[in-house]
Each structure stands twice: as structure tokens, then as C-alpha cells.
Design a protein around this ligand. Structure first.
Ligand code: NAG
Ligand code: NAG
Ligand code: NAG
Length: 366
């Protein structure tokens, strides 16, 4: 009997002990599992490149002569005319470079990805190619890929050209919109970060001095007006000087805009306002809005699909007083020789990036 009891206890003890062991083991497993996927994921390794990044260990390098490499820092000064090769380590790399190179579908630029790195080559760079060049590791999970923001590197490259102190622009007269709620930028960027740059109004001739608060100059952006006001309107240019004669930038027309962002503000009217059969009529749909916001119009009307009408859509900028510039977008529908089927509701739908507005006018026979 006693033996049985002892045996039972022993078995019970073993059981419990085993159970404990297993539990401990299991806990360990859980712990390991918790670490493993994290360790596998490259994202978790972020402290590494970050620490390294702080010491200038960017993955973005420039290939110099004789196979030497130069890690690029935040800014780089290069000479125009000399081909450049940039490399970024990794087997899946994304790039960005001045949009100018894409706009003109420039064949001087080529990008090649190999097993270990990606290569960006720009032949005969010029002052116009000055701008941010950046590369980043692309992380893919199946078909879904994303930029690894912890491993993105950028260098602003100046192609310093003493004959082009300003980064040349394809536009000779640029419009800069000033809004009360956001800083405005007069984009006179320079190719030499050492250049001394000033901002000038044409009429009345006046220099707007950069100070650390309201007006600042950033060679990679231009003059930044922190809180634009109607007084900042006018025609401006920038002037830069290093050693030789000063150079001037393209002209900038600064326009103050006070129309809030939102769906279009639409009005609809008919002219003449009273018609009878046989008359001609113009139905005009007008939108007042921000200068650079495109508006599209869609019409529906009683004689739709049955009779031809003429629709003329246009827009223009209007200075309303000193302080405002408004874009007037208009669509005019002309119906000639009104018939019975032409009387009824004329509906204009105006749409911009923020939304749409629908307005209706009822044309009744006199
Ligand atoms: C840009 O160049 C590429 C190759 O040179 C060509 O396939 C493509 O059609 C071009 N795109 C435009 C918009 O010119
Ligand atoms: C900075 O410049 C603006 C515009 O010229 C001027 O109104 C403002 O008083 C200046 N601020 C300082 C601190 O000098
Ligand atoms: C309609 O508009 C056209 C173009 O603006 C104008 O020539 C015509 O006289 C207008 N017709 C009416 C009936 O207002």
C-alpha cells in the first residue's frame, strides 16, 4: 500500500515537474519567437543606419576616379560638365532627383540596378541639375513595396557655375502665389551656396532684406516669406554675387490670393433673362477661385442628346483691388433658335480638386 502511495506521489511529482519544464520551455519559445521575426525584419535594424547616419555613413556615395568612393553628406559641391556616378548599396533601391530631369525626359540620366547596388549616372551635368538627389532602400512584402524611411539618404548637389549663379529656370517669368496662411517661396536657388543673395522689388525699386524671422534665404529653396501679406505683391527678382559682377534671376510676379480652398463657388445666369421660342440664349456658369486651381464643367440641359449646342469654356486671372487675384473660370452654353424642348432646367456642375458644386437655372418661356 505504502509503495503504491509513494509511487503515485513520485509519478505525480514527475508529472508536475515535467509540466513545469515544459512551461518554462514554452515561455522560452515564446520569447524567442518574439525576437525572431523582429530580428528578421530589416526595419528593426533601424538603429544601425541611424547611428551610422549620424557619422555621415550614408549609403549614398559618389564614385570617384580610380574606383574610390565618397560618401555624400547633406550638401555636395560639384563641377558642371563632369559626368557623375552615384551609387546606393542594396539590391532594391529607389531614387529621386530634380524633377527637371524627368520633365524633359533627359537621356543624360540613367539608373541601373545590380545585385549589390544601384547606380545613377548623369552625363554632362549643368547648373540646371542643381538639386536634391536621394536614394532609399525599397522593402517588399510579396508584391507590396514601400520606401524604408529609415534608410533614405539625400544630398543636395550644387553644380557650381560662375556664369550661372542662379539655377536656370525654363520659365522666364514665374508667378508666385501669396496666401495669408502659408509661407511663400520666391524660388531663386543658387548654384553656389557661398553666393550672397538679395531680393528686390522692381517698382518701386526696393531691396527686401532677409532677416531671421519674416524673410529668410535658403540656397536650396530661395527666399521664404513667412507670412505673406498684400504689401508683398509685385514684380521681384533676386540678385546674387560671389566675386565678379552681380547676376540677376528671372522675374517673379507675386500675387496675393485670399480665396479659401474648397469646392467651387459657382454662379449661373442666363442672358437674356427672358426668352421665347426662336430666341438665342447664353447660359453662363462662372466660378471664382484660386488662381492655380483648375475647374472643369459638366452641363445637363433639356434638349440634351436631341439638339446641338455650343459650349465655350475659358478662364482668366483678374486682379480685384490691390489685394486679391482671382481666377474666373467660365463655361458659356449657347442655344440658338430656342424650341419647346429647350425650356426647362439647365444644370451646371463645376468641379475642382476640393469638390464639386451643382447649380440649376430654370429657363421658362415668356
Ligand atoms: C522618354 O524616354 C523613353 C526612353 O528614352 C521613352 O520610352 C518614353 O516614351 C519617353 N517619354 C516621353 C514622354 O517622351
Ligand atoms: C524682417 O523683415 C520684414 C520685412 O522686410 C520686416 O517687416 C520686419 O520688421 C523685419 N524683422 C526684423 C526683426 O528685422
Ligand atoms: C452670347 O454670347 C456671345 C459671345 O459672348 C455673344 O456674342 C452673344 O451676343 C450672346 N448672346 C446673347 C443672346 O446674349
Amino acid at each position: 500500500m505504502k509503495i503504491w502511495v509513494v509511487l503515485c506521489l513520485a509519478l505525480l511529482w514527475l508529472e508536475l515537474h515535467n509540466g513545469d519544464c515544459q512551461q518554462v520551455k514554452r515561455r522560452k519559445d515564446v520569447g524567442e519567437n518574439r525576437i525572431r521575426p523582429g530580428g528578421k525584419r530589416v526595419k528593426v535594424r533601424q538603429p544601425k543606419p541611424k547611428d551610422a547616419g549620424g557619422k555621415g555613413q550614408s549609403l549614398l556615395t559618389q564614385v570617384l576616379d580610380k574606383g574610390r568612393f565618397l560618401r555624400l553628406g547633406q550638401t555636395t559641391n560639384l563641377t558642371p560638365g563632369k559626368n557623375i556616378e552615384l551609387r546606393c548599396k542594396g539590391n532594391n533601391i529607389g531614387w529621386s532627383y530634380p524633377t527637371y530631369l524627368d520633365t524633359f525626359n533627359d537621356s543624360r540620366l540613367s539608373i541601373k540596378q545590380s545585385d549589390k547596388y544601384s547606380q545613377l549616372i548623369l552625363t554632362s551635368p549643368s547648373a540646371a541639375d542643381t538639386g536634391p538627389y536621394s536614394c532609399w532602400v525599397v522593402l517588399c512584402d510579396g508584391t507590396e513595396c514601400e520606401k524604408d524611411h529609415d534608410r533614405a539618404y539625400v544630398s543636395y548637389i550644387y553644380f557650381t557655375d560662375k556664369d550661372n549663379l542662379f539655377v536656370p529656370s525654363a520659365i522666364h517669368f514665374e508667378i508666385v502665389y501669396l496666401r495669408p496662411d502659408s509661407p511663400a517661396v520666391v524660388p531663386c536657388r543658387v548654384t553656389d551656396p557661398q553666393a550672397k543673395v538679395s531680393l528686390h522689388r522692381e517698382v518701386p525699386a526696393e531691396e527686401i532684406t532677409a532677416n531671421d524671422t519674416l524673410v529668410t534665404y535658403d540656397p536650396t529653396k530661395g527666399f521664404v516669406l513667412q507670412s505673406p501679406s498684400p504689401e508683398h505683391q509685385g514684380v521681384f527678382y533676386c540678385k546674387a554675387v560671389t566675386k565678379g559682377t552681380p547676376q540677376v534671376s528671372t522675374m517673379y510676379q507675386l500675387l496675393y490670393v485670399e480665396v479659401p480652398s474648397g469646392p467651387p463657388f459657382v454662379s449661373l445666369e442666363a442672358s437674356p433673362d427672358s426668352v421665347r421660342g426662336g430666341d438665342n440664349i447664353n447660359v453662363t456658369c462662372t466660378v471664382l477661385g484660386e488662381p492655380e486651381v483648375d475647374v472643369s464643367f459638366t452641363w445637363s440641359y433639356p434638349g440634351q442628346d436631341h439638339r446641338p449646342v455650343h459650349i465655350l469654356t475659358s478662364w482668366r486671372l483678374v486682379n480685384r483691388g490691390k489685394a486679391h487675384t482671382t481666377r474666373v473660370s467660365q463655361s458659356v452654353m449657347t442655344v440658338e433658335d430656342m424650341e419647346t424642348i429647350d425650356f426647362g432646367n439647365y444644370v451646371c456642375k463645376a468641379k475642382n480638386q476640393h469638390g464639386e458644386t451643382i447649380v440649376t437655372i430654370d429657363i421658362i418661356s415668356k
